[in-house]
Design a protein around this ligand. Structure first.
Ligand code: ATP
Ligand code: MG
Length: 318
């Protein structure tokens, strides 16, 4: 047990944490020299790593995050919110200068447009990870590879170092989008040493350079044991070992849709929740899909108590 009462983390996230400003109920796309109105907005935990950490904590897995924020208004807000969700914040790098990252999400039912200012995340590097401080997690999740400019060249070394301490440690990886649209091949070196890869449709096609999802899955699956492709409201397609799994969303009409920000991170957290509890692939995928489906019914990535109550009730778990 730690001094602040949080047990040592089962899952450690290394990745992006920032503020999400979500604007929804927008009538159109912004245009130069014009003002458009949103119906409402919310300021919430953002960054793929941040949402994953908070959701997994809420599901009951003690989760810690290593990321870089500033000692500013938004940084304090993130610490408070992460703690509220039961996450461990003791590994965060908090500096006195710079600005905590922010993403402005223009949320539409058909998708979203995002504007990010995340200098601190991009400057986060290997020296920000204090290996001696990391206790003994069972699982490591890396988020937003393409955002982590300062870390890109060091993933292999970090994984090797962590595996030396615990050979049973498992690793998951969600690249998210590549804002430079480069999709470099060097990422395959990392794929060789991780256990679970989460991608969405575009990421899978771009990274694999294949024309179809089936071919992307086959190619990626020759590097990673578990490849899970998230397909928005069409559900998911996965290859785990030699088996392929296809799952669908129930609410195809998107009734109750509010905002899809962080739906993919909800999916990842739902799956890792099942994985760490030993529920097996089928149940873990089904939890992941449900958690993600519920997440679009609420503003922001993490969402309120009501969402987690529905998940609990549906799966009669935690
Ligand atoms: N209308 C919807 N839009 C997006 N995701 C949905 C929708 N309905 C259900 N989902 C669920 O959300 C999951 C996330 O899918 P998506 O393809 O958006 O991932 P992603 O692009 O990684 O998300 P993120 O924007 O959080 O990175 C889907 O697999 C599905 O379970
Ligand atoms: Mg994603």
């Amino acid at each position: 047990m730690k001094i602040d009462g949080i047990q040592s983390a089962d899952c450690l996230v290394i990745g992006d944490l920032n503020i999400d400003l979500v604007l929804n109920g927008l009538r159109g796309l912004p245009e130069l020299d014009k003002e458009i109105l949103a119906q409402n907005y919310s300021v919430v935990i953002g960054g793929s790593g941040g949402v994953f950490t908070a959701v997994l904590s809420r599901l009951g897995v003690v989760t810690s995050i290593i990321s870089k924020i500033s000692n500013d208004f938004f940084g304090s807000f993130l610490i408070k919110e992460l703690k509220k969700n039961g996450a461990d914040v003791s590994n965060l790098v908090i500096i006195d200068s710079g600005e905590t990252g922010i993403t402005i999400n223009l949320s539409y039912e058909k998708g979203k447009s995002q504007i990010s200012s995340v200098k601190l995340i991009k400057s986060f590097n290997k020296s920000d990870i204090i290996f001696d401080k990391i206790e003994n997690p069972r699982h490591i999740h890396f988020s937003s590879y393409y955002m982590m400019d300062g870390l890109k060249k060091d993933y292999l070394e970090i994984i090797k170092k962590l595996k030396q301490r615990n050979s049973k440690l498992t690793f998951s990886f969600d690249t998210n989008d590549d804002p430079t649209d480069t999709w470099g091949k060097e990422i395959y070196e990392i794929f060789r040493v991780i256990d679970i890869l989460f991608l969405n449709r575009k990421e899978a096609l771009k990274i694999s350079r294949q024309p179809s999802l089936d071919r992307a899955l086959a190619r990626l699956g020759s590097y990673v044991e578990n490849v899970i492709l998230k397909l928005g409201k069409e559900g998911y397609l996965a290859k785990c070992g030699s088996k392929t799994y296809r799952g669908y969303c129930k609410n195809l009409k998107n009734e109750y849709f509010q905002d899809s920000t962080g739906a993919g991170d909800n999916f990842d957290a739902g799956f890792i929740y099942g994985f760490l509890n030993g529920f097996g692939i089928v149940k873990s995928l089904s939890i992941a899909n449900y958690v993600a489906e519920k997440s679009i019914e609420y503003m922001g990535g993490v969402g309120p108590e009501e969402k987690f109550n529905k998940i609990k009730k549906n799966f009669k778990i935690f």
